[in-house]
Design a protein around this ligand. Structure first.
Ligand code: BG6
Length: 482
């Protein structure tokens, strides 16, 4: 058993992710008594603040995030916090960090880099130079881990110079979502699905991540990234890998990640020849969402741009299990709803005994957001004695997870991941070979777009992307769910 970390060093502790996600998640773990009693959370950032100012900032973030009786637990949590100002380019300030840690530097610790990737290298160098990267230390990294394969390898090399792979925890926050882990439970804790979970039983798979938000003030970052790199490269490919992977022998880090990487390496490359037929890119223009007028992307940005805010892809996993089964991926900003879902479209019955009655093939819909829900759509007889014989209708078998586990608090995805980091369990973190396989596939698509001179088609905000995205599925007899 790996020993639990007694210190968590948060780089970028005053930033947006820290305030919105990390501190509220750590509070959640504290309030539920899940972290060691002596866990110290040491925040660092450039600004020249002290413990009191950091506690103040954290207190304000928690006042927004925490409700009800749990608010009474905030002061106890704030007592765990300390702050050390840190200029990553100044060796002296790292010495200050080591001094502040004192004896804790030799005990199990975890460092979480929630900073711009350009700062990873100096942060890691500083940790290593001050004895904070030893056998007792692990390191968590937040995306973006590069903008293509080469830059991702450069980051991975820099990290590997100080930390071995088994002590590097690359975050994809989608893996911390309850329903994503539920997908693993659904597939491997039930015998019902596995016999059909292949090209013989499944017609196609859809993975959609629809967002209503636009740029959200992330102008520089998003315009350099685009939907493919921001969402598909990481979250959506991880979902695809979990849907498509072979059963791992155990639920442990090596077994699960070995299976996922095989899927990622089996993705059929999309190139200049196939990109125009297998992918669609779009950019939102002005429109309306929920009755509210919203500006177009270029207006938000303040200049024209060729960055895609929507992408739809028809992917294939070239192996025995998935031969000929399309995986449709779709994600976009400023779509009509916030909805993340995985749809498994099964094949129809081989022969219908119900003459004149349209039969809909079964569908498994795994909804991750806004609610967590697993729904199996089946055909059933409509009640009644009508003279026309049996009348069939599609009805849902619902596992509304919120009802089934009514007492359970809805957790932030980072709670699971921070707890695993503190406890040293890397199962739900992304291994280097996975990230690199993801980038390899994504880089080829981008090169394909460039070579085929594809540019984003405009779609009105509040619509489901360019009409070509519908056609992408329909050409193959599929229809996007919802
Ligand atoms: C982030 C992307 O990784 O995921 C954002 O950078 C996106 O652009 C976000 O909005 C979506 O996360 P969630 O958990 O809200 O679906």
């Amino acid at each position: 058993m790996t020993a639990a970390a007694q210190t968590l060093i948060l780089f970028g502790a005053t930033g947006d992710l820290s305030q919105r996600m990390l501190l509220p998640s750590l509070f959640g773990l504290h309030a539920d008594g899940l972290v060691p009693d002596d866990l110290l959370i040491l925040g660092t950032a450039r600004s020249d603040e002290d413990d009191a100012a950091f506690r103040d900032l954290a207190g304000q973030a928690l006042a927004k995030a925490v409700t009800g009786d749990r608010r009474a637990l905030i002061p106890g949590f704030l007592d765990r916090l300390r702050y050390v100002p840190l200029d990553l380019h100044d060796a002296r300030s790292f010495a200050g960090l080591a001094t502040a840690l004192g004896d804790r530097a030799r005990r199990p610790l975890a460092a979480f880099l929630s900073t711009a990737p350009a700062l990873f290298r100096p942060a890691i160098g500083g940790l290593a130079a001050h004895g904070l990267a030893g056998d007792n230390a692990r390191l968590a990294l937040e995306k973006p881990l590069g903008h293509d394969l080469a830059s991702s390898q450069a980051i991975n090399d820099a990290v590997a110079a100080a930390f071995p792979e088994d002590r590097i925890f690359r975050i994809d926050h989608y893996l911390g979502k309850e329903t994503v882990q539920n997908l693993i439970a659904l597939r491997f804790a039930n015998s019902l699905f596995e016999p059909l979970w292949n090209a013989g039983g499944i017609d196609h798979v859809q993975i959609s991540v629809a967002e209503t938000v636009g740029l959200e003030g992330r102008v520089g970052f998003y315009d350099d990234a685009g939907a493919l790199r921001d969402m598909v490269q990481n979250h959506m490919l991880q979902l695809l890998a979990l849907v498509a992977m072979e059963p791992p022998a155990r639920f442990d880090a090596a077994a699960v990640r070995d299976e996922k990487v095989k899927v990622l390496r089996s993705l059929r490359p999309i190139d200049a020849a196939s990109a125009p037929g297998d992918s669609v890119i779009g950019q939102y223009r002005a429109g309306a969402i929920g009755g509210q007028a919203v500006a177009g992307y270029a207006d938000e940005l303040g200049r024209p741009s060729a960055t895609e805010t929507f992408v739809a892809i028809r992917a294939h996993v070239d192996n025995w299990r998935w031969r000929g089964v399309p995986f449709y991926l779709r994600t976009g900003k400023r779509l009509p709803d916030r909805r993340t879902e995985i749809v498994i479209q099964f094949r129809g019955v081989p022969h219908s005994i119900f003459e004149g009655q349209p039969l809909k093939p079964n569908k498994l819909v795994i909804l991750l957001q806004p609610d967590e829900n697993i729904r199996l759509l089946v055909m059933a007889k409509q009640p009644g004695l009508g003279g026309e014989g049996i009348v069939l209708r599609e009805i849902p078998l619902d596992i509304a997870l919120r009802d089934a586990f009514a007492g359970a608090r809805r957790r932030i995805a980072y709670e699971r991941l921070l707890l695993d980091l503190i406890e040293g369990d890397p199962t739900l973190f992304v291994r280097r070979d996975e990230v690199e396989a993801q980038w390899r596939w994504i880089d080829a698509i981008r090169a394909g777009w460039a070579a085929a001179r594809m540019t984003p088609a405009l779609y009105p905000a509040g619509s489901w992307g360019p009409p070509a995205a519908m056609a992408l599925a329909e050409r193959n007899g599929a229809m996007w769910h919802g």
